[in-house]
Design a protein around this ligand. Structure first.
Ligand code: COA
Length: 159
């Protein structure tokens, strides 16, 4: 059984992340989408909110489960009895950041491999921080995030 872990902040989850999840679900027997706790970045949504949104948006994928973690990602991957980290690359701009993360993780644990999938070019410009800025300033983000995420963003950012 191949099991991969897709870690991320997912603050919030976008169509780009969901594209990576769908590709991963087809490649591995099981895929755990792991939401990083607030120690990683200061997040707009709590871990519980991000996990809930992720569960709702992946409910149609039977081999995908959602978890959360704090601390080192490699320890979390080991705890799940996996050896594979899945990440998406959108553009060449992502490459350096992803390379650094993958090599750091490899140095911390040589038995864990990072596997990349190319995200759909349709979402190559999508990133969580610009989506939050757009919503805060009154923009419509329906093409970038699912409706439940767009609604949650409006509630948080347009109080
Ligand atoms: N589609 C759309 N957007 C994407 C994307 C895709 N396929 N891939 C990345 N992004 C965007 C996100 O929207 C986000 O945008 P933002 O910077 O504006 O918020 C950014 O790119 C990256 O976010 P995300 O994919 O959620 O992952 P991350 O880089 O925040 O996750 C962790 C990083 C959590 C995996 C990493 O910090 C980690 O492993 N931390 C644990 C501590 C640790 O082990 N450290 C040592 C290893 S480096």
């Amino acid at each position: 059984m191949s099991k991969a872990v897709y870690p991320g902040t997912f603050d919030p989850v976008t169509y780009g992340h969901l594209d990576v999840i769908r590709r991963g679900a087809q490649l591995f027997d099981s895929l755990v989408v792991s939401v990083a706790g607030s120690s990683v970045k200061s997040a707009l949504f709590s871990v519980e909110e991000r996990v809930t949104m992720m569960k709702l948006l992946t409910a149609d994928l039977p081999n995908v489960t959602v978890a959360s973690f704090d601390g080192l990602v490699i320890q979390h991957v080991r705890d799940l009895d996996s050896r594979i980290i899945l990440r998406g690359i959108r553009t060449v701009g992502d490459f350096e950041y992803e390379l650094q993360m993958a090599l750091t993780n490899r140095n911390l644990d040589h038995s864990i491999e990072t596997i990349f999938v190319m995200s759909s070019e349709k979402y190559s410009f999508v990133r969580s921080s610009t989506i939050k800025e757009a919503v805060r300033l009154g923009g419509d983000v329906v093409d970038m995030v699912p409706p439940l995420v767009a609604d949650a963003l409006k509630k948080k950012l347009r109080k």
